[in-house]
Design a protein around this ligand. Structure first.
Ligand code: AGV
Ligand code: CA
Length: 313
């Protein structure tokens, strides 16, 4: 069994990632932290607790709320999706929530859970790195107990996904939300596997993907996935700034099934000021990380099915 701590920011693919982590046969989920970055905190927290109740096979977990604030807030339209997801009937059959809220904010919960867990913990983070950066600043010794960080964020090919004024279009949103946090984590000696936009572009949400989930909706977890992804725009004729990719799900599934991706080692750094702030870039003097480069598209979607079907039992 591998210990995994999951920190996410409440968008549809973050919450689907939580669902899948709860099904992974070799994963012992030790904690969950939620930051209201690409979501509002309340519905993202409630939805996380309900997903654990409904799909967690009785896992005794609590969910920690983050009090982190970003430098550059996400668009409100995207953040609102968490309210819709939290209201899906499949999460509300019981009418009550059992999984409790942790008594500490997410960055302190992360420190506690890592320290209380025997052996090492793998971190999966599918939002900004703020909670980890704060945790490392308070207790740098946790780095020795974290065997690896899997992070969805950044990009190296110059094509960002932030369409906001006063920035140059080269940065990815999770990095842009808090560039200093990326810098703090890069300055640590954590082993990092990064899933940036160059690989996630290979796994867009498409009408065909939705159709596949529609035909499998006799499995409650696949039904939930299909309902969730109905809330966000698919890739229809061309890519726009709101087109949805399986960013976080790729990060999460690749942490469990490395065979679905290929990677390369790069040395990199991050800009924290100027119009490119939040941009991750390759440089010979940078720190080494593992970058996901290509995805076995069909293998990836097959693994999502396999994991989701495990929720039937
Ligand atoms: O940049 C990708 C990150 C992922 O962690 N998030 C969404 C995923 O959870 C921000 C984001 C970028 N484009 C978006 C995003 C969009 N069109 N809608 C919602 N969120
Ligand atoms: Ca996310």
């Amino acid at each position: 069994m591998r210990n995994v701590y999951f920190n996410h920011d409440g968008s549809v693919d973050d919450l689907v990632s939580l669902l899948l982590l709860l099904q992974m046969p070799d994963v012992q989920l030790t904690g969950v932290g939620v930051v209201g970055a690409d979501s509002y905190l309340e519905p993202a927290l409630a939805a996380s607790r309900k997903i654990i109740d409904r799909f967690g096979h009785g896992a005794q977990l609590d969910v920690a709320a983050s009090d982190s604030r970003g430098v550059h807030p996400f668009p409100k339209e995207w953040r609102l999706d968490a309210f819709s997801l939290d209201a899906l009937p499949i999460l509300n059959e019981a009418g009550t929530i059992t999984t409790p809220v942790a008594d500490k904010p997410a960055h302190l919960d992360l420190i506690d859970k890592v320290n209380q867990t025997a052996g090492t913990t793998t971190l999966v983070m599918t939002g900004p790195l703020t909670d980890l950066a704060r945790a490392l600043t308070i207790d740098p010794s946790i780095a020795t107990k974290i065997d690896k960080l899997y992070w969805m964020g950044g990009t190296f090919d110059g094509r960002g996904n932030v369409a906001e004024p006063e920035q140059d279009g080269t940065t990815e949103w999770n990095a842009f939300w808090d560039p200093e946090a990326v810098k703090t984590v890069w300055d640590s000696d954590l082993d990092i596997q990064m899933v940036g936009l160059e690989s996630t572009r290979q796994v867009p949400l498409t009408p065909a993907v939705r159709q596949h989930w529609a035909t499998q909706r006799q499995h409650p977890a696949i039904d939930f996935i299909g309902q969730g992804y109905a809330l966000v725009p698919a890739l229809q004729h061309f890519e726009t700034n709101s087109t949805y990719f399986l960013w976080d799900v790729l990060t999460t599934v690749a942490s469990e099934t490395p065979a679905i991706v290929t990677t390369k080692q790069v040395t990199s750094d991050v800009l924290t000021t100027g119009p490119g702030r939040g941009r991750t870039f390759e440089t010979p003097t940078g720190r080494p990380i593992t970058l996901v480069t290509t995805v076995d598209h069909d293998g990836f979607f097959r693994r999502i099915d396999e994991l989701a079907i495990l929720a039937d039992k």
